[in-house]
Write a protein that binds this ligand. Structure first.
Ligand code: UDP
Length: 478
């Protein structure tokens, strides 16, 4: 701590997808800018996400927060995260007050905006919000309080696109999950986030100039941030989890034996679940494609697609579920027929390590932004299969703007994407001619991300600017 130039306190809202990018931001602040970094990992009671740690940051796991008295049992993920962060505020406040070294800066994530006021209350000179996703999502959320006044009725029922100043129009069918039902609490939580974001001194995004160049130019021309937030925006990505441990175990021994870029990795993030019918079609699609695969499988759900978000580890049921047969829900004979080409893992897998392996050539993903960046930074083309949160707009960026993913022709509102279409997509990514062009684009994108993060690159410089501002405010406030 003596040699540190400043002390950053970062808050992570519940869920693996929120902790991972906060840890990586902490790592960069510690390694590149010589900050001492404390991370408060906020969890909700009953959460069972795997523990993460970092040699460069002091990670404090706060006691799990119970929200049963303030959120209904079936509350959506956004509601739970926002409510948990509000409930955690007093614990965080006491923990910060008791720190020996006064923080120089408070950084909250998307669901931590209610905690921004702690900076003033506790005399912390700087406060930032880190939106660990892209600029398109951010512009939509910043504009949401305005849309809330302009649009009557449900967003999904509108017949024209939503014009977001300085950004690409958003189609009614692409809107983020919380905008799908205006009577749900998660919608109001999101509007609140949009209203509170400008309280921060600046907004950090986990994206980079070249990935969103067209939008950023127009965002700046239109001064979206200036007009609605009056705050600077810093692109500091692509920050991805870098597992310190080397990969070992049966799955890596199997991967070592497969040809380069020949395996498709299939996984739906920390929370994703499919229906029974869809799980069946994915199984058949993989089998019919005759390609190699690793599939992280969860028991099917008849409820929401995000239903495993806070308990991905338990949800795997050890692959057993209601019957003694592991993976009882997969088509009869599937495991035996695909034994030579496929690996089925229950519930959770070391995703980043798998994506890094040279035998992996494709990723069928729910398009969570961390998964997206992990795929791109390993030059792995994707099949975009959005399930919840902002994943639909992420899939639009990947397919329509960057051309590094394919996606189903459409996701039937009810019903499923059929096995033939899945078969075709898997082949397109791994085996067909089209695969070469996609692979080429994702390699270029990976390189542009590396340039952005390297010394003197746009993302490196953006975080340096933030660090310098924090330091100068720290000095001027004594
Ligand atoms: N993850 C993992 N193993 C799994 C599922 C997820 O390591 O089996 C990690 C993944 O590498 C990523 C994070 O959990 O870093 C998920 O974040 P993302 O934004 O992709 O999606 P979310 O889970 O928040 O929907």
């Amino acid at each position: 701590m003596e040699t540190s130039r400043a002390h950053a306190v970062l808050l992570s809202s519940p869920g693996m997808g929120h902790l991972v990018p906060i840890l990586e931001l902490g790592n960069r602040l510690a390694l590149h800018h010589k900050f001492a970094v404390t991370i408060f990992n906020v969890t909700k009671s009953g959460q069972t996400t795997p523990a993460l740690n970092s040699p460069h940051c002091h990670v404090i796991d706060l006691p799990p927060i119970s929200v049963s008295h303030v959120a209904p049992p079936d509350a959506a993920m956004v509601t739970i995260c926002a409510v948990t962060m509000r409930e955690a505020k007093s614990v965080i406040s006491s923990a910060i007050s008791g720190m020996k070294v006064k923080p120089s800066v408070l950084v909250v994530d998307l669901f931590g905006t209610d905690c921004l006021c702690l900076a003033e209350e506790l005399g912390i000179p700087s406060k930032y919000i880190y939106i660990a996703t892209n600029a398109l999502f951010t512009s939509l959320v910043l504009y949401l309080p305005t849309l809330d006044k302009l649009i009557k009725g449900e967003y999904v029922d509108q017949t024209s696109d939503f014009q977001i100043p300085g950004s690409r129009p958003v189609r009614p069918d692409e809107v983020i999950d919380p905008m799908r039902d205006r009577s749900n609490q998660q919608y109001h939580e999101m509007v609140r986030v949009g209203l509170q974001m400008p309280i921060a001194d600046g907004i950090l995004l986990n994206t980079w100039e070249e990935a969103e160049s067209s939008r950023l130019k127009s965002m700046r021309d239109e001064n979206l941030i200036g007009r609605f937030a009056k705050k600077p925006i810093y692109l500091v990505g692509p920050l991805t989890w870098d597992p310190a441990v080397s990969s070992s175990g049966p799955i890596f021994e199997w991967l070592d034996k497969q040809p380069a870029e020949s395996v498709i990795f299939v996984s739906f993030g920390s929370g994703g679940k499919l229906s029974y019918e869809q799980t069946t079609e994915v199984a058949w699609g993989l089998e019919l494609s005759q390609q190699r695969f690793i599939w992280v499988v969860r028991p099917p759900t008849s409820g929401s697609a995000e239903s495993a978000y806070f308990s991905p580890v338990e949800s795997n049921d050890n692959g057993k579920g209601k019957s003694d047969e592991p993976f009882y829900f997969l088509p009869k004979g599937f495991l035996a027929r695909t034994r030579d080409v496929g690996q089925v893992l229950p519930g959770w897998a070391p995703q980043m390590e798998i994506l890094k392996h040279p035998s992996v050539g494709g990723f069928l993903s729910h398009c969570g932004w961390n998964s997206t960046l992990e795929s791109v930074t390993n030059a792995v083309p994707m099949i975009a299969w959005p399930l919840y949160a902002e994943q639909k707009i992420n899939s639009t960026i990947l397919t329509e703007e960057l051309g590094v993913a394919v996606r189903p022709r459409e996701f039937p509102a009810k019903g499923v994407v059929g096995r033939e279409e899945i078969e075709v997509m898997v082949r397109k990514i791994l085996a067909d001619k089209e695969a070469f062009a996609i692979r080429d684009r994702v390699k270029k994108l990976k390189e542009s991300g590396e340039r952005a993060l390297s010394f003197g690159g746009t993302s490196y410089n953006a975080l340096s600017q933030v660090a310098e501002k924090v330091l100068s405010l720290q000095e001027s406030t004594g």
